[in-house]
Design a protein. Structure first.
Ligand code: 13P
Length: 285
């Protein structure tokens, strides 16, 4: 039996209580262990995000779902964990991931005309809700590049956001307001005024993509203005690479993969703990 939950209740409570749940993207088994360990230590709910690319890399949706469930059982994980498809590219892919046991999906048709985006999101919502899964959709376009998904920043339109929430019935709204996937230099130009307006008009928990590198003062403002989920990926990858690189640089004789990669995964756990502290989700499990 699956121990996973969807993200509906998690995000509703987070929005009411003024904190955000982190979505951490996973890439393999040890990555998942590192994040489950961090979540359990912090007693924080977490969302494990899987892009289609990462899903393929790990052997497909059923492999990922089986792996996460087995790890939760073996590690005796007690915190709420949602397994979420990040940036699903079609209705069919979302259905495939739900059928494989994912408890949440994002349909990202943000580059399509809004009517098409809403209609497809509605179809995913009907399928997902019948099976206990939650749904996120994107309006406007998050900038940068992630796993081949490229976007030039386009701010979300208030009326389109209201329509998406009302007509499609989604559980979380990624309203793009200046954030960027991947490494960033300086501070992103986030639309805080629009954020507040969209949050108040839709009442939906907002999702901030491109969480890596956003300074704490902007994160806090985004949470105050309705963000209940913040996605973090690049920062974890950078920390992992730093740990592995240091190990290899410091020991020319090392070859056991478990030893080579260990400090990378320890760094992921440490980074995730810092992030959850910043988002205010510690002890909210
Ligand atoms: P970053 O890689 O910039 O943290 O973005 C993650 C993300 O938004 C996943 O959807």
């Amino acid at each position: 039996m699956s121990r996973l939950v969807n993200m509906t209740r998690m995000l509703k409570v987070a929005k009411e209580e003024g904190y955000a749940v982190a979505q951490f993207n996973i890439n393999n088994l040890e990555w998942t262990q590192a994040l489950l360990r961090a979540g359990e230590e912090a007693q924080s709910p977490i969302i494990l995000g899987v892009s289609e690319g990462a899903g393929r890399y790990m052997g497909g949706a059923t492999v990922v779902s089986a792996m996460v469930n087995a790890l939760m059982e073996a590690m005796n994980i007690t915190i709420p964990v949602a397994l979420h498809l990040d940036h699903g590219s079609s209705v069919e892919v979302c259905k495939e991931y739900i059928d494989a046991g994912f408890t949440s999906v994002m349909l990202d048709l943000s580059s399509k005309p809004i009517d098409e985006n809403i209609a497809a999101s509605r179809e995913v919502v009907e399928y997902a809700h019948d099976r206990g899964a939650s749904v996120e959709a994107e309006v406007g376009i998050v900038g940068g590049e992630e796993d081949g998904v490229v976007g030039n920043v386009q701010y979300a339109d208030l009326d389109e956001c209201v329509r998406m929430v009302k007509e499609a019935g989604i559980d979380a709204l990624a309203a793009a307001l200046g954030s960027i996937h991947g490494p960033i230099t300086g501070e992103p130009k986030l639309g805080f005024t629009e954020m507040k307006e969209i949050s108040e008009a839709t009442q939906a928990p907002l999702v901030l993509h491109g969480g890596s590198g956003i300074p704490e003062h902007q994160i806090k403002k985004a949470i105050e203005r309705g963000h209940a989920k913040i996605n973090v990926n690049t920062e974890l990858q950078q920390q992992w690479a730093k740990g592995v690189r240091d190990t290899l640089d410091n020991d020319a004789k090392i070859y056991d993969p478990r030893k080579v990669m260990k400090s990378g995964f320890d760094k992921i756990t440490a980074e995730a703990l810092d992030v959850m502290e910043m988002f205010g989700s510690v002890n909210k499990a």
